[in-house]
Design a protein around this ligand. Structure first.
Ligand code: 5CA
Ligand code: ZN
Length: 420
């Protein structure tokens, strides 16, 4: 399906830094180490109740990762899915008396607008489950052929016993796995499964539910297989980064990696598993099921400056859970006003050390708050009038233009005056 328009990414002088990120599977920060083209797969929305600030924070994480990778000289191939058929979407459509296709189309359109406004880099392939059914069916068939899948009534399940590395993404003990499986869309209590943790690959048609033909009978895909199949089809063998929120670590990323690895008879599925921490509201993780949500589109309607909202989100590390409060937006507005005022000056202090500092902070596990603090220091000095016209390379009249450009390229914030 159609993604949204990407903002331009203008090159910066000099070399960028290689990206290092916290990898859940090794529980430490390590180099991404991609080749000439970095392959990035990020789990997309299930299109109802989009786009809350938790979604925005997650997609911003991988937007930053792409900016750092591109600055370091990589091409990036980026794929994101849309879970446009699944239980929670069908349940919401039923509750609200809507056709599930209309609900999905409406929410995907809203998500596109929100991503555009936040200047989030768009995926090269934006792929809905409905349009990916043939590649998903092929992968389920391969798992059946490999003896890694089995029927329960007319449904098809994946056998985690067929995946020797199962557990190596999340490193949870079995009790934790069982609890999370029950909370996050699994069915550990279903009779007839070989292992309570075995996830559904293909759900046979039920009355009133959408279905597609397949060699296993009419039905629809289970959740995890969609991401394995879409990633393989659009990115090939191994992805450099599998991304998504920490709530996807188990069972989703564990299972989609297991499906892909068993189908390929090779591992790993992803070289790094990068997870974005959770944004909360009123003391709880912002979630569609709980309903404690703040929406990008609501903030947009009440006149929030998109750049200020982006700065408010950027002021948090992707590895730390945090809570949204209204004053964060006010702080973002104050910050963008100061930054805009500083880059509008005719001259400023040497900006070359700032470029190095922002590159260094972002390459260090996407330390966006550290990068913002570095820009704040330059802005403070520029507004205080120090360093202007010193004759140092990068100082004086060129400095504000370089700062404006690096803030745009690396942080995705446009400081140019709003054009009429
Ligand atoms: N469609 C699936 C992934 S295949 C899904 O999880 N959809 S979602 O709409 O529920 O979430 C979309 C993305 O936002 C996921 O990566 C999820 O981890 C992330 N996300 C959801 N809630 C939050 C939150 N409160 N804070 C940060 N990220 C969140
Ligand atoms: Zn996914």
């Amino acid at each position: 399906m159609q993604a949204w328009p990407s903002p331009p990414v203008r090159p910066l002088p000099g070399p960028g830094r290689p990206l290092r990120v916290f990898d859940t599977a090794v529980a430490g920060v390590r180099p991404v180490g991609a080749g000439a083209t970095a392959h990035l797969y990020v789990c997309g929305i299930t299109p109802y109740d989009a786009t809350h600030l938790g979604h925005a924070f997650t997609y911003l994480t991988y937007d930053l990762a792409q900016r750092v990778l591109r600055d370091a000289g990589h091409d990036v191939r980026y794929v994101q899915n849309v879970t446009d058929v699944d239980d929670p979407l069908l349940e919401r459509a039923e509750r609200d008396g809507l056709d599930w296709r209309d609900l999905a189309a409406r929410e995907i359109a809203l998500f596109r607008e929100d991503m555009t406004m936040l200047r989030i880099l768009a995926p090269d392939a934006y792929v809905g489950v409905v349009e990916a059914i043939p590649m998903i069916v092929d992968m389920v068939a391969e798992l059946v052929d490999r003896g890694a899948a089995y029927p329960v009534d007319n449904d098809v399940y994946f056998s985690v016993a067929a995946a020797p590395a199962f557990g190596e993404v999340s490193h949870l003990d079995r009790a934790e796995m069982l609890t999370l499986c029950a909370e996050r869309g699994g069915d550990p209590g279903r009779a007839g499964k070989k292992d309570p943790l075995d996830p559904l690959l293909w759900r046979a048609e039920r009355p009133g539910e959408p279905s597609w033909p397949s060699p296993f009978g009419p039905g629809r895909p289970g959740w995890h297989i969609e991401c394995s199949a879409i990633a393989r089809h659009h990115l090939g063998g191994v992805v450099d980064i599998q991304g998504g929120g920490t709530d996807l670590t188990f069972p989703h990323h564990e299972c989609s990696a297991a499906h892909a690895e068993v189908a390929a008879a090779a591992r790993p599925f992803a070289r790094s598993y990068v997870h974005t921490a959770m944004v909360s509201l009123d003391g709880h993780k912002m979630s569609k099921s709980r309903g404690n949500l703040e929406f990008v589109s609501r903030l947009r309607r009440v006149g929030a400056d998109p750049g200020a909202l982006r700065l408010a989100l950027l002021d948090h590390r992707h590895t730390d859970d945090w809570e949204w409060t209204a004053p964060l937006l006010t702080a973002g507005e104050r910050r963008i006003d100061r930054w805009r005022a500083a880059v509008a000056l005719p001259a400023g202090p040497d900006a070359t050390p700032l470029l190095a500092a922002v590159r260094e902070r972002l390459a260090d596990d996407l330390d966006a708050p550290g990068a913002l603090a570095a820009v704040d220091s330059w802005v403070g000095a520029a507004l205080a009038g120090s360093g202007a016209g010193t004759g140092v390379a990068g100082a004086g009249g060129e400095a504000p233009a370089l700062v404006s450009r690096l803030v745009d390229t690396l942080l995705g914030v446009d400081l140019e005056p709003v054009r009429p």
